[in-house]
Design a protein around this ligand. Structure first.
Ligand SMILES: Nc1nc2c(ncn2[C@@H]2O[C@H](COP(=O)(O)OP(=O)(O)O)[C@@H](O)[C@H]2O)c(=O)[nH]1
Ligand SMILES: [Mg+2]
Length: 386
């Protein structure tokens, strides 16, 4: 898999151009096999036989990757970003569960499969952890650059045009500490984020209240470097980063987030099925602003300001999310008298009922959709776009 981001590879002055990601006719030289040295050729130019140049057999593709792999239009990189303990790894482990549950409320289903054995093992391990063992992923269960193939149900693009989303998602889930300005691996991570077309930013209101995991510390350090890197590559759009961003206000189920949100009147409750509470999607941005300004205050306000000044606000969407969802009663209905999902059992946090993730798949599939539409516009949304 030659164009997978390799977290162990040192970045030096920007990444190598990625031929498989390049659009056709972009001026990059075609890939040619290396020339064979000829004995006794001296310095004089000699015609060099290139054994592969005549009959090139059809290259064999890896199993399971399908037609999606290797075409620039179908490959997107998403950076997952957030302070330590903001819930990045839990978000990823909840993703396949969210994909399985999607068809409960929507037409069609989403399928996620690993592009490598390691990526498949992560999916299996994560699902087992959350659903059977009912535990959060251990801190060591990070993801060092993995790729998944994601296929969704056919949807209408415009009148008479339908498409089936089918893309490769590359994620680098770094330990949150890496996002600090003085961390040795930060350059690699910033390199990955710079090459990504989309970013999922987890804002954790619970961790934000503690100094060690305060969101702004991590956001600002990474944003400054990311901005400089993208600027050096000449890819800023009207002075801003070109990425599409999904901001997820994480851990919505947590009583320290949920109760104040209910009391401030942000939350509505469904009257059918599990009667889940939610913040209406059109109020997501306002909720985030409230969270930063009124609820958390001072430095959280800087998080909002930093996002607005570094990204095009038209490219930011907001989601009120929870990886594990709410505890549901035996009839599978939400109960405000008893909704807290994690409980401490012998010193470890356990999840009480099988998770029903909230806004875990949506930020991702919306990102893909926005990137797809942007490409269709020739990459223009008021400026130059990769
Ligand atoms: N209540 C609640 N807690 C969560 C959720 N996701 C993560 N957590 C908590 O946050 C901790 C850190 O999550 P983790 O995914 O390891 O964070 P990371 O460091 O960003 O990868 C977990 O051990 C849980 O205690 C969630 O959706 N709801
Ligand atoms: Mg983690």
């Amino acid at each position: 898999m030659p164009d997978l981001y390799d977290p162990n590879k040192r970045e030096s002055g920007g990444p190598e151009p990625d031929p498989t990601n390049a659009p056709p006719g972009d001026g990059l030289p075609p890939r040619v096999p290396p020339r064979q040295p000829v004995a006794g050729a001296g310095d004089a130019p000699q015609p060099v036989p290139v054994p592969d140049s005549v009959a090139v057999p059809e290259p064999e593709r890896i199993p399971s990757a399908g037609q999606v792999y290797g075409t620039a239009a179908d490959r997107i990189r998403i950076g997952l970003w957030g302070a330590p303990r903001s819930g990045k790894t839990t978000y990823l482990t909840a993703l396949p569960i969210a994909a399985m549950q999607y068809q409960r409320h929507n037409e069609g289903s989403w399928n996620i499969s690993g592009m490598t054995n390691e990526a498949n093992a992560f999916l299996a391990e994560g699902t087992d952890l959350l659903t059977r063992r009912r535990a959060f992923p251990p801190a060591s269960m990070g993801v060092q650059g993995m790729a998944w193939s994601i296929e969704g149900p056919e949807k209408k693009v415009k009148l008479g045009v339908r498409r089936r989303p089918n893309f490769v998602l590359e994620i680098q889930d770094a330990a949150g500490e890496v996002f600090r300005h003085d961390h040795p691996q930060q350059a690699q991570l910033v390199g990955h984020l710079a090459r990504a077309q989309g970013l999922i930013y987890l804002f954790d209101p619970v961790g934000d209240a503690e100094e060690a995991t305060e969101s702004f510390t991590y956001l600002q350090a990474t944003l400054t470097q990311l901005h400089a890197k993208v600027r050096d590559r000449g890819e800023l759009v009207d002075g801003r980063l070109p990425h599409h961003v999904s901001v997820c206000i994480a851990k919505f189920d947590h009583p320290d987030v949920f109760r104040p949100a209910v009391e401030a009147g942000w939350v509505v409750q469904d009257t059918v099925g599990p009667q889940l509470p939610r913040v209406p999607s059109e109020r997501g941005e306002k909720f985030f602003q409230w969270m930063c300004e009124e609820f958390r205050g001072s430095n959280a306000r800087l998080v909002r300001d930093a996002l607005y000044s570094h990204f095009d606000p038209r490219r930011i969407s907001y989601y009120v999310a929870s990886a594990v969802g709410f505890r549901l009663n035996p009839q599978h209905v939400f109960d405000y008298a008893d909704y807290v999902q994690p409980v401490s059992v012998d010193g470890t946090l356990r999840i009480r009922t099988s998770p029903v993730p909230i806004n875990v798949l949506e930020p991702l599939i919306d990102l893909e959709d926005r990137i797809y539409r942007d490409r269709g516009r020739g990459g223009r949304l008021g400026g130059k776009r990769r």
